[in-house]
Design a protein around this ligand. Structure first.
Ligand code: GLA
Ligand code: ZN
Length: 696
């Protein structure tokens, strides 16, 4: 598969300066005396560190007073790193404005929804609209680019850090009005889009329009939705302005910023503006599903990259410190999680942070090099992994081809968790994650997309609870099914348009013809209540299907669809819980309730089966299977998440890159608990095929 951006000079720079799988982490030398720097680079070399993210929180150290710069220490560090062969992902330090900036210009501080202006002493406390903040943060970014643009250590730019600063100040209020004027043109249009006829909200003058500050009761949901869109756009404007400035000075140096799954920033839109996608991932070792959630996030990042590199920019070497109880990663689990990112397409394994801080808010957050130094288990594992990763360098640039896509959309996230819905306990992220988990347990490759993306590469499209659907989304889904795709869509989907206005014509207005059924009434279930479900009478592809429904029931009336499963009890007993509909050359399955995990997985497997999508390799449950390919090789990743050994009978011959062992087809490969194998073979099937039945 060709890389769509191989002609991009910045991606070429990335590949040239950072070949192979990149290892490293955030480096904060300003917290340490110079003697320690020498030890740092010595140990970085010992661990095969190739890249450090530098200067993320260095603004105060680089500009101690307005316009007075001190780059001497950074000069020294850049040279020291380069003398040791280590590249730098140099940050623009805008995430933590220094005290002088907030004191000289208090308006740069962000304001919360209640109108309280934040103080200094933490980070992220800036107003994204503030002209002074914008000016000073761009100025220092420009200074860094001018000074280090030609430094041989510079490999990439790290714009800010985890953008998440929303603000409700007067400057942002003004900007919000401007954003709305641009979006809607006239006040009449705004009144129409926001449905202001309800509760006497009609605006007669633009000066009456404000961002959503606290209100007496429920706030207008369309305004909330637009404020979310605005905030994402506003923060993205900071990113693109900085990016443009840096690209102007260093046209060949790629720029990224690190995503972290933040609700405020629509990463689908953001990723389009970046050269490289980067992600910070902190799966909770104490939660059984956290590795499945990580897989979902990694699939999202790879999909956002769309062929551009994506990097695991931060993870913890052990425990974090920001939760109530911070559990450690048990022996081997950090390694396993690192390979998991690579298995899902990451070309980097990086950490927050290199050396554990002795002071400050995160002094008990793990690091590559713990307070206890070189004797610690964490350091030993970090060092071993960095050296072992050399063996898989060749997988960098290898691509993943998925025949299954799941929809995850920020716009829908903002809308579906809006106020005064039939069920106000709904958690979109959890819902999409559990649909993804059913696919993950089925061991198939999955892309994470929106309905704005090209759906033609996929055989199966899973659309969990997609409440907000614009007209062109309906058209895209219809085309997908008519062209032979297999759609799985769950309840409370296709209900409103992009203005949060109910699509008329009976629920789900935007999907009714596609699913061939109509929801007469939404019937949410109280917490803890369940209703048994079984396969519909007569022959059905779901023979023997048994499930437990909770949270929600659609009172479904089949039109051109047929019932697949029915409720066995309650006021909807005998009514359809699941329906299927043939449309064009494809098929839609609609799920009108929340199925228990096992039933959801059984249903997902049935859909995959009908679509002819199979895993890259058979493996026992709890062993994750992925494949990355180049023109000449297929790399099979086998990751044992279980607490015990697992055996995989190989369907191909190849070489395990981690042990160098030659493996024969039919051989039983034993993976220890937390064990990993990366098996290289020549690609057995045509490039890009997931061995689905219709591949040619
Ligand atoms: C985020 C930040 C880091 C650090 C870690 C802690 O990802 O970017 O600076 O605070 O969290 O887990
Ligand atoms: Zn503001």
């Amino acid at each position: 598969m060709s890389d769509p951006r191989t002609n991009d000079p910045r991606i070429n720079t990335f590949r040239r300066r950072l070949p192979g799988v990149v290892y490293g982490g955030d480096y904060n030398p300003e917290q340490w005396p110079r003697e320690v720097w020498q030890e740092d680079v010595r140990l970085m070399r010992a661990a095969n560190v190739r890249l450090v993210s530098l200067g993320i929180f260095s603004w105060a150290a680089l500009e101690p007073a307005d316009g007075r710069f001190d780059f001497s220490w950074l000069d020294e560090i850049m040279d020291l790193l380069w003398a040791n062969g280590i590249h730098v992902d140099l940050a623009t330090p805008n995430a933590a404005p220094p005290p002088w900036l907030a004191t000289d210009f208090p308006e740069i501080l962000s304001v919360d929804r209640q109108g309280v202006r934040h103080g200094i002493g933490s980070r992220g406390h800036f107003c994204p609209s503030s002209p002074v903040y914008r000016d000073r943060s761009l100025r220092i970014a420009g200074e860094l680019a001018e000074r280090y643009g030609n430094h041989p250590a510079l490999a990439m730019w790290h714009l800010g850090n985890e953008y998440h600063s929303d603000c409700y100040c007067d400057l942002c209020d003004e900007r919000f009005r401007g954003w709305l004027r641009e979006r809607y043109g006239t006040l009449d249009e705004l009144n129409h889009r926001w449905g202001t006829a309800f509760w006497s909200q009609r605006y007669g003058d633009w000066s009456q329009v404000h961002l959503p500050r606290p209100v007496r009761g429920w706030g207008n949901p369309s305004r909330e939705l637009d404020f979310s869109r605005f905030t994402s756009d506003l923060l993205l404007e900071l990113v693109t302005r900085e990016r443009d400035l840096l690209h102007g000075i260093t046209p060949d140096v790629p720029a990224t910023t690190n995503f972290f799954g933040c609700r405020l920033t629509d990463s689908h839109r953001w990723a389009k503006e970046l050269d490289v996608v980067a992600f910070d991932c902190y799966p909770d070792p104490g939660k059984p599903d956290s590795m499945a959630v990580a897989a979902f996030q990694y699939d999202l990042m790879r999909s956002l990259g769309g062929g551009r590199p994506w990097m695991l920019m931060e993870q913890a070497a052990g425990a974090v410190s920001q939760w109530k109880t911070n559990q450690v990663k048990q022996p081997g689990r950090m390694r396993l999680g690192s390979y998991q990112a690579v298995a899902h397409g990451s070309d980097a394994v990086m950490f927050f942070q290199w050396r554990a801080s002795r002071q400050g808010q995160e002094k008990f957050h793990s690091a590559m090099l713990p307070h206890g130094g070189e004797k610690t288990r964490t350091w030993q594992e970090v060092k071993a992994l960095g050296n072992e990763l050399r063996a898989v360098d060749e997988v960098a640039t290898a691509r993943t081809r998925a025949r299954v896509a799941i929809v995850w959309d920020w716009q829908n996230w903002w809308a579906v968790e809006g106020c005064a819905h039939p069920d106000n306990t709904f958690d979109y992220r959890d819902t999409v994650a559990r649909h993804h988990r059913a696919l993950w347990n089925s061991q198939v490759a999955v892309d994470v997309v929106t309905l704005d993306d090209d759906l033609s590469p996929y055989r199966v499209l899973v659309v969990p609870n997609h409440y907000l659907m614009a007209r062109h989304h309906t058209a895209a889904v219809r085309k997908f099914v008519e062209d032979g795709g297999h759609l799985l869509v769950s309840y409370f989907s296709g209900i409103v348009d992009e203005d949060d206005r109910v699509v008329e014509g009976g629920y789900p207005g935007a999907l009714r013809e596609i699913i061939g059924a109509h929801v007469r009434e939404f019937s949410p279930l109280p917490a803890g209540a369940t209703v048994p479900v079984r396969a519909a009478p007569g022959p059905t592809p779901l023979d023997g299907f048994l499930a437990t429904a909770s949270a929600w029931q659609d009172d479904l009336e089949t039109e051109t669809a047929r019932p697949l499963a029915v409720y066995r009890e309650g006021h909807l007993a005998g009514g359809a819980a699941l329906v299927e509909h043939e449309l064009g050359r494809g098929r839609a399955v609609y799920v009108g309730t929340r199925l228990d995990d096992d039933a959801l997985e059984a249903l997902v497997r049935q859909v995959l089966d009908r679509a002819g999508v199979r895993p890259a390799h058979a493996a026992p449950r709890g062993v994750e299977v992925t494949e990355r390919r180049t023109e000449t090789s297929a790399y099979l990743f086998l990751l044992n998440h279980r607490q015990d050994k697992a055996t995989v009978t190989l369907d191909r011959s190849g070489t395990d890159l981690l042990t160098g062992r030659r493996l024969q087809a039919g051989e039983r490969l034993v993976l220890d608990a937390a064990g990993v194998a990366v098996v290289r073979s020549p690609p057995a099937t045509p490039q890009g095929a997931d061995r689905s039945s219709d591949d040619s």
